[in-house]
Design a protein around this ligand. Sequence first.
Ligand code: ATP
Ligand code: MG
Length: 156
Amino acid sequence: MEKTLIILKPDAVQRRLLGKIIARFEEKGFQILGMKMTQISESLARKHYAPHEGKDFFEPLIRYTTSAPVVVMALKGKNAIEIVRKMMGATFGSKAEPGTIRGDYAVSNRFNLIHGSDSPASAEKEIGIFFKKEELFEYNLTDIQWVYDMSTGDII
Ligand code: ATP
Ligand code: MG
């Protein structure tokens, strides 16, 4: 099982799309381990997007990320990182395939509604940055044996 961090960015909150986007992850079968609303500080945004520092879109990206509240979620599931990135769609709303979150709800190349961790290392780091230990919950989902076939001892 893998964990991943999702940020429903300021445009997702402002456009009242939280419910629709969260529903997709619930319906897919992911488990929500933690979820809260917060406003990302400038220093945190700069840290989070540090790999893009120096690029021409960096400063507008920081302004966008810090401009209004966001909702952060920690999700758990098999191959969660890759599956969530697929569900998000391509970075640019203008290029994302229909059926994906960005493909269905975004046209902008900056205002693209959602962030998802891109590797196990960044997922672990990002979950640690956004959540305190006591804000994350390990609990049993009663339908988990109908989400995955666990009858052979593996998670299929
Ligand atoms: P994220 O890191 O937010 O999950 P991503 O991994 O799909 O998105 P990145 O390449 O990491 O995309 O870019 C980070 C964010 O910077 C994008 O989500 C988008 O908001 C913004 N961005 C990326 N490229 C551009 C660009 N060429 N012009 C404007 N904004 C951009
Ligand atoms: Mg990225």
